[in-house]
Each structure stands twice: as structure tokens, then as C-alpha cells.
Design a protein around this ligand. Structure first.
Ligand code: ASP
Ligand code: MG
Length: 401
């Protein structure tokens, strides 16, 4: 069997944990399996590096940021290989160059294009445990890139898909995927199974446990994932195409405080306005989420949308820049004190009233809804940031997990 095992930062935070991970990998290796290990940077190392960069130059070139951030993963893989050698097991660490993990050239948010298999295959044939840097890649200019925060999950899934692995295990510091963040909702429960689609919605709407692009890729290539703890042997949560849980209406509640709401007020009410607004934003790499357009009145209309907080200023500047030209409007407002609370569940497709039930729970908790968006299997509300935990608990209680 070929097993890809990915360990997050907390799982390799110090010497003791590095040896713990080494031993868990060696266990599989000794059973005769081929083992490929993907690691994140140790503990909060990525944040530490970002702070160092910010201290030197708050506007550091993105290329240099990637150059710096890739050292985090490089450190953890080298130390892991040393730990395995200390335990008498042959292993080798490889970075993005050595494997050759090819990505697009968008520094800080690169997408994997292709992973070369030869080097990894060769090392596995030598009966070595292969330890690969997560989160990083190389672009066509031979520069390092990174895949966006949390990107090591995506590296692991991409490797599993490329190598046709028999299992892809994502190890973290929690026991699996929960119905809500247990730090916010006390009686949150661990799920045994969840579908790709549900997991994708949960990951995209605030459940921090998996990088959303990793779930997208797992679905695309049919890579079944197991999310479990590196600190115990609890079963974990399986992420796959179909799950048998007919009674489960909702599989989870997620929240995301990293949201800002931008309102563009008094736009002209004519064709092409939304197109121009969102084209300008896309040109500045602003990812837009919940979009709301008002009904036109007196030849004007308002459009509001949400972005991640770090993109709020870019979004406002973009609109401001075009205000006197192609995007005539009366005002641009930004509110960073908002958050999103979402419920996700494949069951809602066939059960009416789920949204109403969520809204009722919010009403009972006296939480005001500013904006709503839905997909087939998700309902999201935008609310005051300070109401987040109250709303999470009220909604979780309502659905009686
Ligand atoms: N070390 C990177 C981060 O903190 C990647 C990862 O952990 O997945 O975002
Ligand atoms: Mg992560």
C-alpha cells in the first residue's frame, strides 16, 4: 500500500512531537507500506516568519515572502528525516524543487499544475520514507511559490492523486471534523463521515480543519481523505463522495470572522454596471463572496459584497479609482465588524424549511441578519461580528446534532 500522511504545524511543533510523528510513520513503513509524509512548518513558524518580514518591510515583495515562507516547511522536513535516521529508518526529505512540484507563478497564492513522480518513486523503491515539504511549489521562472495559508493539505491531496496512493491521511490537533468548532460550541460532535461537497462548503465557510482547495482536489480526483488526530488513535472523519446518513439534515455549522462588507451605493441602474465593478475587482485579484444588489430606484442601485478582511482596502481603492470614470457611484462604505455563520448539509436539498429554522434560531437569540446567501447545501448569514459565538450556539442547538 502507498500511504500519504500529512501532519500540520501543531503535530510537529517540538522535538517530542517530531519523534511522535516519526514513530507513527515508521509503524506503517514497518508493515511494508510505502510512506510519503507531507509536513507543514513547525508550530506557528509561518506566522513568525511573516512577522519578521513585516518588521523589515511591511510591503515586502511577494516573491521574497515566498522565498522566506518556504524555509518553514524546509526546516520541518529536514528535522523529520533526521529523527527517522536517529530511529534507524532510512528516509529522505525533499523540497518543491527536488520533487519538482510545478505551480502557477502567482506568489503567495499559486496553484499546483503538475507534480513529477520520478524522484519520489525512485526513493520509495530504495525503501525510504519520503518526506515532502507542504505548501510550496516552483513556478516556470524557477522561483519558489506558496499555495496560500493552510496549503499543505492541498500538497498532500495532490501527491496522493499523482501517486495513486491507497490512502491519504490528514493529521491535525483535533480528532476529526466536528459539527461546529468545539472551542465555540461546547456540545459539538465529531462526524464519522462527510461528503466532499459538504466538507468543501464547511472548509470554504470557516471550518479551519481542511484547506478548501484540498477538498476540491480530493473530489476531482476521487481521493478519499481521513482527518484524524496525530496525538491519539481515535478513528477520525472520512471525507468521501457518498455517505449514508439519511437522518442527518445538517452536517455542520461554521463561522468566519475574516470578512468585510463593502457597499457601493448609488451606482447607475443600467446594463454592464455589475460587470464593470466585478471585472475591476477581479483584475486586482479580489475574491468576492456574498453579492447583494438592490432593486433599482431613481435610476440608481446599490451593490454590496463581502471579501476577506485583508482585501477590504484593495477593494475600496479599486472602486475609488474608477469612481470618476467607468464606475459612477455616490459612496463606497466598508464594515469590517461582520462575520459569516453558515449551516451545511446535503439533507437540506430535499427538506424544506431548513433556512427558516436557522433564521428562527437567530431571531430567538436576537441576532440581526444583514445579508443572506445560499447554495444547494448551504445557508450563510452575514451578522455583526460580536454576535458570532451566540449565533453559532443558537443555530447548533436548533439542529440538535
Ligand atoms: N505552514 C503553512 C501555513 O501555516 C501551510 C500549512 O500549514 O498548511 O499556512
Ligand atoms: Mg491546516
Amino acid at each position: 500500500m502507498l500511504i500519504v500522511k500529512k501532519f500540520g504545524g501543531t503535530s510537529v511543533a517540538d522535538k517530542e512531537r517530531i519523534f511522535n510523528v516519526a514513530n507513527r510513520c515508521i509503524e506503517d513503513y514497518k508493515k511494508g507500506h510505502d510512506v510519503v509524509v507531507v509536513l507543514s512548518a513547525m508550530g506557528k513558524q509561518t506566522d513568525v516568519l511573516l512577522e519578521m518580514a513585516n518588521d523589515i518591510n511591511p510591503n515586502a515583495p511577494k516573491r521574497e515572502l515566498d522565498m522566506l515562507l518556504t524555509t518553514g516547511e524546509q526546516t520541518s522536513v529536514a528535522l523529520m528525516a533526521m529523527a527517522m535516521h536517529a530511529l534507524g529508518v532510512p528516509s529522505i526529505s525533499l523540497n518543491a524543487f527536488q520533487v519538482a512540484m510545478h505551480t502557477t507563478s502567482v506568489a503567495g497564492n499559486a496553484k499546483l499544475i503538475k507534480i513529477d513522480k520520478d524522484r519520489i518513486r525512485h526513493e520509495l523503491e530504495q525503501r525510504k520514507i519520503v518526506i515532502v515539504t507542504g505548501f510550496q511549489g516552483i513556478c516556470k521562472y524557477d522561483d519558489y511559490t506558496t499555495l496560500g495559508r493552510g496549503g499543505s493539505d492541498t500538497t498532500a491531496v495532490a501527491l496522493a492523486a499523482t501517486l495513486h496512493a491507497d490512502a491519504c491521511e490528514i493529521y491535525t490537533d483535533v480528532d476529526g471534523v466536528y459539527t461546529a468548532d468545539p472551542r465555540i460550541v461546547e456540545d459539538a460532535k465529531k462526524l464519522d463521515q462527510i461528503t466532499y461537497d459538504e466538507m468543501l462548503e464547511l472548509a470554504s465557510f470557516g471550518a479551519g480543519v481542511l484547506h478548501n482547495r484540498s477538498v476540491e482536489m480530493a473530489k476531482k480526483y476521487g481521493v478519499q481523505l481521513v482527518v484524524r488526530s496525530s496525538l491519539n488513535t481515535t478513528e477520525g472523519t472520512i471525507v468521501k463522495e457518498e455517505v449514508k446518513m439519511e437522518k442527518m439534515l445538517i452536517s455542520g455549522v461554521a463561522s468566519d470572522k475574516n470578512v468585510a462588507r463593502i457597499a457601493v451605493v448609488g451606482l447607475e441602474d443600467q446594463p454592464g454596471v455589475a460587470f464593470k465593478l466585478f471585472r475591476h475587482l477581479a483584475n486586482h485579484n479580489v475574491n468576492v463572496d456574498m453579492i447583494l444588489q438592490s432593486i433599482g430606484r431613481d435610476n440608481t442601485k446599490d451593490i454590496s459584497f463581502t471579501v476577506t478582511e485583508d482585501m477590504a482596502d484593495v477593494a475600496v481603492e479599486t472602486v475609488e479609482r474608477h469612481r470618476s470614470g467607468s464606475l459612477k457611484c455616490q459612496d463606497v462604505k466598508v464594515n469590517k465588524n461582520v462575520s459569516k455563520v453558515s449551516i451545511v448539509g446535503a439533507g437540506m436539498q430535499t427538506n424544506p424549511g431548513v433556512a427558516a429554522q436557522m433564521f428562527e434560531a437567530l431571531y430567538d437569540a436576537n441576532v440581526n441578519i444583514q445579508q443572506i446567501s445560499t447554495s444547494e447545501i448551504r445557508v450563510t448569514v452575514l451578522i455583526d461580528e460580536e454576535d458570532t459565538n451566540k449565533a453559532m450556539n443558537a443555530v447548533h442547538k436548533e439542529f440538535d446534532f
